[in-house]
Design a protein around this ligand. Sequence first.
Ligand code: ITT
Length: 199
Amino acid sequence: MVTTVTFVSTNAGKYREVRELLRPFGLRVRWKRRTLPEPQTAKIEEVVRSKLNAVRDVTGWVLVEDSGLFIPSLNGFPGVYSAHILDIWGFGPLFELLKRRPRAASFRAVAGLRRGRRIWLFPGEVRGTIAPRAAGKNGFGYDPIFIPEGGTRTFAQIPAAEKNERSHRSQALRAAGQLLASLDARDRRRRSRRTKARA
Ligand code: ITT
C-alpha cells in the first residue's frame, strides 16, 4: 500500500515540485487547494505552525509549506510577504530598490508535517543573487530573477529537475520524505509482527 500525503496549498508550482520531490520515497501526494491563514510575523516557522494548526481537520499525513525570497540588503524583504508583494508589484520595484544595494538573496522554505497531534518542521535554504533582469520560462514566482550560487542562469532558465537538486524546497522536502519513509517502514514492520503473532 502506497502512503498518501495531503499537501495543502493554493500554489500549483509548489505542488508540482513537492510531488516530484516525494516520488523517490514511494509517497503519493494528494493536492488539497485551500487558503490557510498566515499570521503577521516575519518568522517563516511561525507561519508554518499556524498553517499546521489550520489543517487539524485533515486526516492522515498532512503537509504544508511556507517559503519566500529573503534579500539581506532589504532587511529580509519580501520574505514571508513574497507571494503578496509579487502579486501587487511584479519584479519592477524590486529591481529599482536593488539598483544601489547588494543583490545577494536566498530562498528559504520550511515544510511542516502533521499526523494527528504530532508535528514536524523541516527547513531548507539556497543562496544566490538577484539577476539584472528577468530571464527564463520555467518554474514559478521569483524563479526568473534568482540565480543560485555557483550558477549563471536563473532558476527559470534551468530544467525543473536541476532546480530540484539544490533548491530550498528540495532540502526541506527530502528531510520530510526521509522521516515519512522511515516511520512508514516502522509501521509496516509492526503490522507484520502483529499479523504473525495472531497466526
Ligand atoms: P500557499 O501559502 O497556499 O502554500 P503561497 O504561494 O501563498 O501558497 P507562500 O505564502 O509560502 O505560498 O509564499 C511563497 C512565495 O514565495 C511564492 O508564492 C513565490 O512567490 C515565492 N517562492 C517561494 N519558493 C519559490 C520558488 O521555489 N521559486 C520561486 N518563487 C518562490
